[in-house]
Design a protein around this ligand. Structure first.
Ligand SMILES: [Zn+2]
Ligand SMILES: [Zn+2]
Length: 354
């Protein structure tokens, strides 16, 4: 079958590889769509970062080249012995988390902070930029009839937004700030709105992304290259927001997001950072602010929990994945898709179709 294999920085090749065998407890999925994620883009530009290079990943025993793509939807093609949750013909999305299942965090049900956490499409174990993918039964989450395969390919990023807000202190009537409105920032906006945020204020330097943020429900969008977002947000709220989400992953926005919260406010860090950040701890200590982190969603045997919530939210219309999809490319053109994400400000989510 054809698959997009990651060999290293700016080196992704679409090539013919062996069809993955379907073992006991496993599910073979014929891929419909797979989204290019910010993480994939990061690996393409500056990797290998999370992709195992010198050492094989403990979750898969594999190192590069690996197949990319972890935001996946498709149809079950075949099932291995003992599989009961799905059958051939079922439409599914993939929860890509590969927790070890044995560490203290996995045993406590916190698979998203597993000591050896891996991901389908990054750590080996196949990926979505291919014709087919084989995963454990746990990883294949059935899609309700009213959710399309296109929408279902965005369940992964929407579950990141859902988890970030669900475990935050956002309450009905709060004001919320979102720094950075790439795909994940946009899912955070929709999740915060669904959680009852009264007012959502956004800081984002790219005009195209500010436009989409407004379309999906942001009340105020600010260009941090033109105005001071902290000053603007504090002025337009009661001395700041109750909760700010940092989804840009850069030094400046970390401190800005922190200072945009009220005294006793909360900064929720969603981004993965390439570099250290600088901030004055007095901004936390003297006004009793809190900083917390959030990582992906429930996984392993709990794969269907937050994925199921996200699917219901899409079904009810509370989440609108279609607003984020800006392009569709053939698997053979996946490299052009990566390049387009780098050069075109208007791109948010590009889907790859095998
Ligand atoms: Zn992703
Ligand atoms: Zn573990």
């Amino acid at each position: 079958m054809r698959a997009a294999q990651y060999y290293g920085k700016k080196d992704v090749r679409v090539e013919e590889i062996d069809d993955p065998p379907v073992g006991e407890g496993e599910v073979e999925i014929s891929i419909a769509y797979a989204g290019i994620c910010g993480t994939d883009r990061h690996e393409y530009v500056a990797g290998p970062i999370l992709i195992p290079d010198a050492e094989p990943h403990p979750a898969t025993g594999e190192r590069l080249p690996v197949t990319l793509g972890h935001e996946v939807s498709g149809t079950v093609e075949a099932v291995g012995e003992g599989v009961t949750a799905v059958e051939p013909g079922d439409r599914v999305t993939v929860n890509p988390m590969l927790p070890c299942g044995e560490c203290q965090y996995c045993l406590a049900g916190k698979h998203n902070v597993c000591v050896d956490l891996g991901f389908v499409g990054l750590s080996g174990g196949g990926g979505g930029f291919a014709e087919r993918l084989v995963v454990d039964e746990d990883n294949a989450v059935p899609i309700p009839d009213d959710v399309s395969l296109k929408e279902a390919s965005l369940v992964e990023p929407f579950s990141v937004g859902l988890h970030a807000v669900r475990h935050s202190p956002v309450r009905t009537g709060d004001s919320v700030a979102v720094f950075g409105t790439g795909p994940i920032g946009l899912t955070v906006i929709q999740a915060a709105r669904a959680a009852g945020a009264r007012r959502i204020l956004v800081s984002e330097p790219q005009a195209g992304r500010r436009e989409i943020a407004e379309e999906i429900g942001a009340d105020v969008t600010l260009d941090p290259t033109e105005v001071d977002p902290v000053e603007e947000i504090r002025e337009r709220t009661e001395d700041g927001v109750e909760v700010a989400f940092e989804v840009a992953g850069v030094d400046a926005s970390f401190s800005q997001a922190l200072r945009s919260t009220q005294h006793d406010g909360h900064l929720r860090v969603v981004s993965v950072y390439e570099d250290d950040v600088t901030f004055n701890p007095n901004e936390v200590v003297t006004v009793e602010r809190t900083i917390s982190g959030t990582n992906v969603y429930t996984g392993g045997p709990r794969s269907g929990e937050e994925y199921g919530m996200t699917l219901s939210m899409i079904e009810s219309g509370a989440f609108d994945p279609s607003a984020l999809i800006t392009d569709l490319v053939d698997l053979d053109d996946v490299v052009a898709g990566f390049e387009s994400l780098l050069s075109d400000d208007g791109q948010v989510k590009i889907l790859v179709e095998p």
